[in-house]
Write a new protein. Structure first.
Ligand code: SF4
Ligand code: SF4
Length: 208
């Protein structure tokens, strides 16, 4: 009797929708806040958001970020702050994609895309440099030769940060509390973090 029940389960499953896909040709849609490959963001005017404060490196539990700040050049600043991220590296042989660096960053400079299919064949490629992490002139992540990007994976790279940073506290729901971003501008406030969301109020938007 037992094996008949086993066959019944097998035949029942034959008619159900598959839960698997033909990966990697087909990929499932990724969650908006998936933690993927990082990007270094710019403000809408093209200035870099990183101020070289090293908070991300200090909080990283995997010790995989290396940052060195430098005073902005007189008359030709790289960031709006006193300093900028002169050297910035992330070692993806160590990163566990916890996003604590994203939470710690005071300027929303470091965030994550939804790319996680990036395979390297040597150590140098695994250590991403500032030039590779910095978004391009349109505010989009650069596509490196060994990365397998699919549509949508390079969009909304600040999605996760916005919900979990202190500026995303439910007490501030409906208010813009993050800075403008090259390619996206100042994004609309999020709702849904508390049951009794206050009405949207964008009067204090654009805080840098
Ligand atoms: S995601 Fe986590 S492990 Fe990766 S660089 Fe950021 S803090 Fe470090
Ligand atoms: S990415 Fe953010 S936390 Fe890290 S050094 Fe730059 S400004 Fe500081």
């Amino acid at each position: 009797m037992g094996y008949l029940q086993g066959f019944a389960v097998t035949f029942k499953k034959l008619t159900e929708d598959r839960v698997t896909t033909e990966y990697p040709e087909q990929k499932r849609p990724k969650a908006d806040r998936l933690h993927g490959r990082h990007v270094l963001n710019r403000y809408e005017d093209g200035m870099e958001k990183c101020i070289g404060c090293e908070l991300c490196a200090g909080v990283c539990p995997a010790n995989c970020i290396y940052v060195r700040g430098k005073d902005n050049p007189d008359g030709d600043p790289v960031s709006p702050g006193e300093r900028y991220g002169f050297i910035y590296e992330i070692n993806y042989l160590r990163c566990i994609h916890c996003d604590m660096c994203v939470e710690a960053c005071p300027t929303e400079a470091i965030t994550e895309s939804k790319l996680f299919e990036f395979s390297f064949t040597n150590r140098a490629d695994a250590i991403y440099t500032k030039n590779e992490l910095l978004v391009d002139d349109d505010g989009m992540p650069q596509h490196l030769p060994w990365e397998d990007w699919r549509p949508g994976e390079d969009e909304m790279t600040s999605g996760w940060m916005r919900a979990t940073a202190s500026s995303g506290n439910a007490a501030y729901e409906g208010k813009v509390a993050w800075s403008g971003e090259l390619g996206y501008g100042v994004r609309a406030p999020e709702i849904g973090q508390s049951q009794d969301a206050p009405p949207a109020d964008t009067s204090d938007s654009g805080a840098h």
